[in-house]
Write a protein of this length. Structure first.
Length: 312
């Protein structure tokens, strides 16, 4: 019986380290178009069961997309999952090549689900959403500097803030144009915007950075976003369940939507109040509401139906 091959790829700014399982074969290629195309062809010839990459701040996007376009099953996973797995097997050393081997071992042992990669339009909008967050962070930093800077610099900082506000407005308008001109995105955006508490920024973030929305069940979507409660029990010790991991940008957007929803969405508002009445901490109740809101919108997209209290 032929062994199934699993590929682990560690992507950095300038190079890509590759490892195969079973076995310990590894090699490195540079981050240029010709080398990556050759890498994809090599992997395709191997006919792997699965290729796994870590989410590394965007460096992995091009490589993962090229592999997916070639018809090779690929999954992009949280680096924390791989690192925790490596530690559990006693591998504490860390280099790019060792990371690739750990990812390949993780792929072989865990077999993470193949991820639905966004198309080119999705990746472009995701990049613009990332740029939007950067602008907002820079604006916050400049506003903080405004309170402590020398008076001679006040005018310059205000001018910079005005420029960034203009760029932010233009970027948000461009994001909306991209969504509106794509029929499938337009329909999904319209559906999401029917939910009390979800505005254009949250909708854009969900569409761009959570392409699995409506394609997987409620447990999987909650785990992807990082709002699935995880146990911390050991023996007789029963720890408080918490959430971690997932996609920070999506979870942050969902958090803001939920804050609005517990005020203006009758379903989420009632659910939140009931949890508080049962003695739940506000933070716990809010996380539960995030989970419920995500479940509702996942069902909406799957069924192509607008928001309704009945769906709760």
């Amino acid at each position: 019986m032929e062994n199934k091959v699993y590929v682990g790829i560690d992507v950095s700014k300038d190079k890509v380290d590759v490892a195969l399982r079973p076995g310990e074969e590894t090699w490195t290629v540079t981050q240029d178009e010709a080398s990556l195309e050759e890498l994809v062809m090599t992997i395709k010839d191997i006919k792997p069961e699965l290729v796994v990459l870590e989410a590394t701040g965007g460096y992995e996007t091009r490589v993962a997309a090229m592999i997916a376009v070639a018809g090779i099953p690929v999954s992009v996973v949280n680096p924390r999952q791989v690192r925790d797995f490596a530690k559990s097997t006693g591998k504490l050393a860390k280099t790019d090549r060792l990371d690739a081997q750990a990812i390949a071992h993780f792929a072989e042992a865990i077999k993470p689900e193949v991820r639905y990669l966004a198309d080119e339009e999705s990746r472009e909008i995701a990049a613009m959403m990332s740029r939007r967050r950067q602008l907002v962070e820079m604006m916050v930093a400049e506003k903080n500097r405004l309170h402590t800077c020398h008076p001679n610099l006040t005018a310059e900082i205000k001018e910079h803030l005005e420029w960034m506000e203009q760029r932010l407005k233009a970027l948000e308008e461009e994001i909306q144009k991209r969504i509106q001109k794509t029929d499938i995105w337009h329909k999904k955006d319209d559906l999401l915007r029917t939910v009390p508490g979800i505005g254009k920024v949250v909708s854009s973030t969900l569409l761009a950075e959570l392409p699995e929305l409506g394609k997987v069940n409620r447990k999987k979507i909650a785990a992807l976003v990082g709002v699935a409660p995880l146990n911390r029990d050991s023996g007789k010790y029963k720890g408080r369940r918490g959430v971690w991991g997932g996609r920070a940008a999506v979870r942050s957007a969902l958090y803001m939507a939920t804050l609005s929803a517990i005020r203006f969405n009758p379903v989420i508002k009632t659910y939140y109040e009931k949890l508080l009445e049962r003695g739940k901490l506000k933070s716990v109740a809010l996380t539960a509401c995030m989970h419920k809101l995500l479940t509702i919108i996942n069902t909406m997209i799957a069924q192509s139906k607008p928001w309704s209290p009945i769906m709760s």
